[in-house]
Structures are given as structure tokens and as C-alpha cells.
Design a protein around this ligand. Structure first.
Ligand SMILES: Nc1ncnc2c1ncn2[C@@H]1O[C@H](COP(=O)(O)OP(=O)(O)O)[C@@H](O)[C@H]1O
Ligand SMILES: [Mg+2]
Length: 388
């Protein structure tokens, strides 16, 4: 037996495993964002405006699970922090009914802004109370009102301390209006006062849709950017660039074709593929089809486990019937056709449909339709018939 610690043997692959740049996993920043130029460009403008001390536009990234929302938020926060902007991150939580966690996080992370302002300004704050060396929150009557005042205070402090603030909020659909209304109202007012307070939000495809439908004025400054699956060029960039930059290796066109086909351009799968190609590379300068074949087998195992775990999250009963019918219909179908198949009325199926959307297993690509949110899930169900 060889002890790898005592031996310089680099191992079976042609590329150093520890240098593998790919990052499959929830919220991990990929080595390169394929196909996200518009989303990154908008975020860059926000960061630049905050650096210049002006009020930016607000942005909401929307998409199904695994398209890269959390990773984008994390990346933009990094970029902002590198430029001296104060960043605060919240994850909306449906159990935080009183917005207590959100308030405490914001208060804790934003209180450094008080260092840069004089006592007179501090006394004008409506929610933040300076008490000796510490800070605490003044109750404004109800949780939403207190939260709204707190946001207004943070934006005011950003302006008075000449330091831009970027607040990112992930999974906004979880808390819905409870969080979004006071947040957007306060942010909208801060923008009217030209305060350097930025908002970058993310959520499932229908996040905040009701607020836009209602035509609330505070949604005027909130731009929606929908993130979908990567196209071939996006997949190619996400895989080729890291190989070129980190290893000086080139990836064959046929490999990109195979990988794009198998992954459906689903960003998390693309990372799995990139990781496997790196680990299994046989030639340090060129990644060819034989490597793709071996990588495909490895990715396949991971993806099967992933689908099995997804299936376990499907509630039994009508939700499971709906999922199987959707698989049989090709993974994207009219709700009316699915209801015909399972012989259930719209009303009776409504809670099941809702649960599939809330769990992120399905989404609504168009009014009246239902689709799986991950490519390949329907085909997996038909192949393995986990319902039987
Ligand atoms: N544009 C992209 N190109 C390639 N991989 C990406 C891209 N965006 C995200 N990823 C990868 O996809 C996976 C899922 O990202 P994540 O941010 O958790 O998605 P979401 O928050 O939308 O569920 C991570 O492994 C991440 O590195
Ligand atoms: Mg996420």
C-alpha cells in the first residue's frame, strides 16, 4: 500500500484534484457564471451607484431552485464589499412571523454605520436607539412598522456616513408580503431621498408577483430578472473558462455538446459535470469524449440520488398523482389536461398543486401550465416508477 501523504504520486487524474475549481452545491459561487451577463451587469450598476453614493435601482432575481440565485447574491456581495460597501444579508423565513430575526440581523450588521455619524443625526433615527455603547430597537407599534422604520434608519445612516449599503434578501417568497411590503416601501422612500441604499432580492419564479399585479408604486423601481436554464453558449462558458484559466486546458466541442445535452443547462448539473471532468481528466491539456463518458457515469449516480431525494419530498396522495401525470405528459403540461388524467377537479387539486410549487418541485412557466423545475426529473420518474 502507498501512503499518499508520504508519496509524491499525483494520483490517477491528469489534473490536481485539490485545484478543482468547480463548485457543485447550494449557494456556492461557481468559478464562472455562464450565461448571466445581463444579471451581472445590472448588479454591477447597483454596486457602482452605491460606491458613488447615489440611490440605485432595485433588482429581484427570479428562478427555480438550482439556477444560481444564491450564488449570484453571494458573488455580488463580495464585489460590493471589496469596494467598501457595507453588505447585509437576510434569508427570508416563513417562521419568522414577527420579523424578529430579520430585524436583529439588520440592526447588528448595520450598527457599524453609527460610528461615522454625529450624535445629532443618531437622535433623529426612528427605530434605532443608541443606548450607551449598544443599540436597540424602538418598537413602532407592530413588527412591520418597526422593520420599515429600521430600513429607513439604515438608509439615512448610509447617506450620512457616506457609505453605501447593499441589502441582499434570499428566498423572498418564503416570507412574502409580510417582509416585502415594509422593505420595499422604506427602500422606495429612501430612493426618493437619493440615499445610497441598494436592494438585491431573489426568489422563486412567482415571487412578489402579486405586488406587481397590484401595481404598488413601490414596485416601480424594482426590476425583475428571470433566470432560466443555460443555453449552449452559457454552458460552454461555465465549463471552458475554468479549465482554460486554471489548467490551461481546452475542452472539446463534442464534450460540450454531450454535457449540455445531459445537463439540460441546469447550472447545478453543469457544476457536477465540470467537477467530474476535472477529476477524471487523462490529458492535462485536452478534455475529450472518453473523459466525458467516464464523467457521465459519475454524474449519473449523483443525479439519480438527487432525483430520488426529490421524489421523497413529494407529498403522498394527489400531489404524487399530479407529479406522475406530469411526468407522463412530458414534464410541462396544461393543468386542465393533468386534471383530466387524474380525474380530480381544479378545486380539489389546488392544495396539491400549491404544495408542489411551494416545495420548488414544480413551477408555472405560463398561466394554466405546470412544469418540473429540474430537467430530467420526469424522465427519471418514468424510468424508475417510484410510485409503484
Ligand atoms: N451561471 C452559472 N453557471 C454555472 N454554474 C452556476 C451558475 N449559477 C450557479 N451555478 C451553480 O449552480 C449551483 C446552484 O446554485 P444556487 O445559487 O444554489 O442556486 P439557487 O439559489 O437558484 O437554488 C451551484 O453549484 C452554483 O455554483
Ligand atoms: Mg438558493
Amino acid at each position: 500500500m502507498v501512503n499518499p501523504f508520504e508519496d509524491d504520486d499525483p494520483g490517477p487524474g491528469a489534473l490536481e484534484p485539490a485545484a478543482n475549481p468547480f463548485r457543485p452545491g447550494m449557494g456556492r459561487i461557481p468559478p464562472d457564471f455562464g450565461g448571466r451577463e445581463p444579471a451581472l451587469r445590472r448588479a454591477k450598476i447597483i454596486v457602482e451607484q452605491l460606491t458613488a453614493g447615489v440611490a440605485p435601482e432595485f433588482v429581484l432575481y427570479r428562478g427555480v431552485r438550482g439556477v444560481g440565485k444564491t450564488a449570484l447574491l453571494a458573488y455580488v456581495r463580495q464585489q460590493a464589499a471589496d469596494r467598501g460597501i457595507l453588505t447585509v444579508h437576510l434569508e427570508a423565513d416563513r417562521d419568522d412571523r414577527s420579523l424578529g430575526v430579520a430585524r436583529e440581523t439588520l440592526l447588528r450588521d448595520a450598527s457599524v454605520l453609527l460610528d461615522g455619524v454625529d450624535a445629532k443625526v443618531a437622535r433623529t433615527l426612528t427605530a434605532i436607539q443608541v443606548a450607551g455603547v449598544g443599540v436597540k430597537l424602538r418598537d413602532r407599534g407592530n413588527p412591520a412598522a418597526t422593520f420599515e422604520s429600521l430600513i429607513a434608519d439604515v438608509a439615512l445612516l448610509a447617506q450620512r456616513s457616506s457609505r453605501g449599503v447593499l441589502l441582499t434578501v434570499d428566498e423572498v417568497h418564503e416570507a412574502g408580503d409580510l417582509l416585502l411590503k415594509p422593505l420595499l416601501r422604506a427602500a422606495h422612500r429612501a430612493a426618493q431621498e437619493d440615499r445610497p441604499f441598494g436592494l438585491l432580492l431573489s426568489g422563486l419564479p412567482t415571487a412578489a408577483e402579486n405586488l406587481f399585479d397590484e401595481g404598488q408604486t413601490y414596485t416601480e423601481r424594482l426590476a425583475r430578472i428571470d433566470l432560466g436554464l443555460l443555453d449552449r453558449a452559457g454552458t460552454a462558458d461555465a465549463v471552458r473558462r475554468p479549465f482554460a484559466r486554471v489548467a490551461g486546458a481546452e475542452v472539446d466541442d463534442l464534450v460540450i455538446d454531450a454535457l449540455h445535452d445531459a445537463s439540460g443547462g441546469y447550472p447545478w448539473f453543469v457544476q457536477l459535470w465540470g467537477e467530474a471532468l476535472w477529476d477524471l481528466a487523462t490529458d492535462p491539456d485536452h478534455i475529450g469524449l472518453e473523459v466525458a463518458r467516464a464523467a457521465g457515469e459519475r454524474v449519473h449516480v449523483r443525479v439519480q440520488d438527487f432525483f430520488a431525494a426529490r421524489w421523497r419530498r413529494v407529498p403522498t396522495g394527489r400531489a404524487a398523482l399530479l407529479v406522475v401525470a406530469l411526468a407522463e405528459a412530458g414534464g410541462d403540461a396544461a393543468m386542465a389536461d393533468l386534471l383530466d388524467t387524474i380525474e380530480v377537479t381544479h378545486q380539489a387539486a389546488s392544495p396539491a398543486r400549491r404544495s408542489l410549487l411551494d416545495l420548488g418541485l414544480c413551477w408555472v412557466p405560463q398561466r394554466g401550465r405546470l412544469a418540473f423545475s429540474v430537467p430530467g426529473f420526469g424522465a427519471w420518474i418514468l424510468r424508475t416508477r417510484p410510485d409503484r
